[in-house]
Write a protein that binds this ligand. Sequence first.
Ligand code: CA
Length: 233
Amino acid sequence: MNDFILIVEDEPKLAKLLTNYLLQAGFEAQCLENGLNVLPLVHERMPALILLDLMLPGRNGVDICKDIRAFSTVPIIMVTARVEEIDRLLGLELGADDYICKPFSPREVVARVKAVLRRTAGQEPLSTATPLLQLDEGRLLATIRGCQLELTVVEFKLLEFLSANPGRIFGRNQLMDHIYPDQRIVSDRTIDSHIKNLRKKIAGVSPDTDIIHSVYGVGYKYDVALADTKPSA
Ligand code: CA
């Protein structure tokens, strides 16, 4: 049976567009526009994934997400109208699996849906005999597909932290708090340059392995699943 995707979206045009794209991609899809109808349907049909708009009539996306998390770990992608909203949502620690900002391309949404499904199914899309990433904390040693990376302590800590939370987006401030727990005053651009170096080093040993992703206006995440969902065009 096809994976059932529940779309919660009150803009009819957008809802129809998303439904059509997901159907074309081989999913089963249904759309609800009123927030009050979500929980009963989730209980009844147990979707494989929920695309959840934030602003809805009846009940808002934040409350719905909390409701669902009280009894289910079903993957949830939150859809927001403003990129600044994502920061606030991250702070609420709702347990959503990904965030998408409007306007988006339906194609991107389908790619994200697939990525989240793969990730939450615990499947390793880039499966090879050699593990993708191995970290030896004691020796600050990192290998990508068996190739050793020459990392600084900060780069190692960033990679370790991000990869321990696959798919989760971290703001620069959160990363800085982790890397510099002594509250040393550093510019948040410092994180950008460490990430840049880290990505360069990963690309240096394994050019096809794109695992550190920047999320525009928000921060960074580690995501193995996204590595092979890029459009080939
Ligand atoms: Ca809305």
